[in-house]
Design a protein around this ligand. Structure first.
Ligand code: PLP
Length: 349
């Protein structure tokens, strides 16, 4: 049966995948500037990377319009999602989020003894903000919003979300996971980060794993009020887990605008190709704003994953809203051709 709505693959496939489309990785990354900086930083590996981390934090604070005290660094944003959950839910309580959504923070909250108050997405796939606000009670320790949302690839409009965060954060901190925001044309305009400079108790999480193509190098960060981040840092030394080589790579990637632009553009092209390909096979994909896409499938999730894996295609399968779904990450165009051929063999639209 699905775990939190997701079918977990039985194990690693015997042969390497021809199309690895199961983890929302960037097929084009890391940027050549990042790999050059990473190689150059290797010889400094005998030292802890605190000085370099401070340098990266300076650059990030300029980008985000806050001070370095408003930043918490981690080996990937997972680290910060999990640590936030550990700190906020030590004494139980509940977390309000959309359903379906990205489950990392919620799973850790549950394992700390908190309960999850899921609020279904609306039929247009956006967050049901009034229902989420109504779900908050005196036990609520945090609201989690993933925008754009995973696993659906859909967005909630920034204006309404900003009003929601400004109002609700007076009662309870709001955690906004913006892992995929950079895939939007005007991503930074839709970010909730400006609320933090206004003193609102909002935490925004970002990662170098997606548009920067550095999933295996593990760098992410959170932006929030210093007093909120201090609660997390008091228990865990957040930046301690990042390799100096990864810090150098992230710093170089930050200013490689050409790479970021080309990642976004190629992703959008491949997404259109995949959307049309699925439609012409008779499927009904949900319009995506991210580097992945979902569509309903007729097969049982495990069976579907096994059949795709036998064709050396890695995807994910979910069950929510009384349907089974495939989530496919955007690879190269060639990988998507392999994927579409496997879908045509496996599923009847
Ligand atoms: N948040 C969302 C919405 C994600 O989809 C992911 C990874 O897939 C993460 C956070 C965590 O990524 P990382 O730990 O690589 O930054």
């Amino acid at each position: 049966s699905p775990f939190f709505g997701e079918f977990i693959p039985a194990g690693l496939p015997e042969q390497p995948l021809l199309a690895k489309l199961n983890a929302n990785e960037n097929p084009y990354g890391p940027s050549p500037k990042a790999t050059a900086a990473l190689s150059a930083a290797m010889a400094g590996g005998n030292r802890y990377g605190w000085r370099e981390l401070m340098g990266l934090m300076e650059r990030l604070s300029e980008k985000e319009g806050v001070s370095p005290k408003h930043l918490l660094m981690g080996p990937g944003s997972s680290d910060l999602l999990e640590k936030t959950a550990m700190v906020f839910f030590q004494g139980g309580g509940n977390v309000v989020s959309a359903d379906p959504s990205y489950m990392s923070l919620i799973q850790v909250a549950k394992s700390c003894g908190a309960s999850w108050k899921p609020v279904p997405l609306k039929t247009d796939w956006s967050h049901d903000l009034p229902a989420m606000e109504a779900a908050i009670d005196e036990e609520t320790k945090l609201v989690y919003i993933c925008n754009p949302n995973n696993p659906t690839g859909t967005i909630t409009a920034a204006d309404g979300l900003r009003e929601f965060c400004a109002r609700v954060s007076e009662r309870v901190p709001v955690f906004v996971d913006e892992a995929y925001l950079d895939f939007l044309e005007d991503g930074m305009k839709q970010s909730m980060v400006s609320l933090i400079a206004e003193g609102k108790n909002v935490i925004v999480a970002r990662t170098f794993s997606k548009i920067h193509g550095m999933a295996g190098l593990r760098v992410g960060y959170a932006v929030g009020l210093p007093e909120t981040l201090e609660r997390i840092n008091a228990i865990t030394r957040a930046g301690m887990g990042i390799a100096c080589t990864s810090i150098a790579a992230a710093d170089a990637s930050l200013s490689d605008m050409e790479f970021l632009k080309s990642s976004r553009e190629r992703n959008a092209e491949v997404r259109e190709f995949t959307f049309e390909g699925l439609c012409s096979l008779g499927h009904d994909p949900v319009a995506s704003h991210t580097s992945f896409m979902i569509f309903p499938i007729a097969l049982e999730g495990r069976d579907f994953l096994d059949k795709m894996s036998a064709q050396r295609v890695g995807v994910r399968a979910f069950e929510f809203l009384d349907k089974k779904w495939c989530r496919v990450s955007m690879g190269t165009r060639q990988e998507m051709e392999v994927f579409l051929a496997a879908i045509a063999k496996t599923l009847v639209g």
